[in-house]
Design a protein around this ligand. Sequence first.
Ligand code: NAD
Length: 429
Amino acid sequence: MVVESVPRAIPETDEDEFNPLLSAQARFDQAAERLGIDEGMQKVLRTPTREIIVHIPIMLDDGRLEVFTGYRVQHSIARGPAKGGIRYAPDVTLDEVRALASWMTWKCAVTNLPFGGGKGGVICDPAVLSNSELERITRRYTAELFDFIGPELDVPAPDMNTNEQTMAWIMDTYSMHARRTQTAVVTGKPIDLGGSRGRAEATGRGCMAVTDQALRRFGMERSNTRVVVQGFGNVGGMAAKLMSTAGFKVVCIIESDGAVYNSNGLNIPALMKHKVETGSIVDFAEGEHVDRDEAMYMETDVLLPAAKENVITSANAHRLHTKILCEGANGPTTHFADPILADKGIFVIPDILANAGGVTVSYFEWVQDRQGYFWNEQLVNDRMEEIMINSFRDVVSYADKHSVNNRTAAYMLALDRVAFAIKLRGIYA
Ligand code: NAD
């Protein structure tokens, strides 16, 4: 198969390369152009359906009143209710939330889940807020959004600095207003409040499922496959643990404060225990310390960035030495790095496919809440893996058919599905 090379462009400013909205738009434009989507439909697909801004007054613990600003963007509801996380951070912007909401639309479409895409954020610094202040922010934000979220409308989930406790508060606040318990209004809840078994491992497990498919394509065996993982949190930690248990050689873990290496494969459960006991992966006895800034460039078979966005850029993509790049994080690769990876022949499993195991099990949580019937973990894992494997096959065969790289194929497939749904529904006016 010959993949058409994408012309290389050079970013003029950091903003050009790192603004998530520009990055989302660049990939959208490329896929829309390849698909030949007409200008009017492009406008519809590009523009969020609804953007909500709320200003929420909160009484702080010391008696002062403060006002926080929150966003919820529903990018698309063409294929189902909006779906996407809520993040709390001091530097959340509306542009960032818009970009992330559109990514959710494409991610749900690639995996063929019956959801659109949404995202939310509150500008606040959780590091300086008490638990009760965070609870009041969450409840007031939920109350302001009451008319716009719901099991049939928009289903939030955790994201940066929000967790299952945040989801429990949202569920409770929403239910109080609705005058009945509505567990399906959010996903990522504690299991005792309608959460799904298998959700905590889902994103890492999904990364392994698609990596396995890439190995099959190249005739590779798990036991000869070296894996380097950046980020040892929920996604990276779970992926590393599951992959090492399944027989991969997880040779290096890179964290924000150091990197640890073992050419025979690290003992991941022992490294996790060390991290829990010491708060860090450094000084782990069963591995050698390597330079964390250089570790990502070591020769490996699979590189799994699972920490944060914009780590593979136009400035460093040429230094990667991996066969497969499995994007566990959201947006780890900038759009300026894409053509460099393509020229190097790296097989990219793009984020909207690779990390979709999480939203897939969120979908199962929503289904189980609505059924009022809960599945065992094996059923959750099996069904998730089936969706990930089918999605991988869809993307890769689309790439082969259209002679494009996997990322462009994933976007094309997603845009095509959303555009098709919009056409079938028709434009109501
Ligand atoms: P997390 O906070 O649990 O873990 C992130 C880890 O990365 C932390 O341990 C942190 O110390 C480390 N880290 C931060 N900066 C780093 C750096 N420069 N180098 C190396 N390590 C660094 O977060 P998470 O839930 O695992 O999410 C990670 C990424 O995956 C994010 O981009 C997130 O949006 C994406 N994602 C998460 C899920 C999910 O289900 N949790 C689903 C889809 C996508």
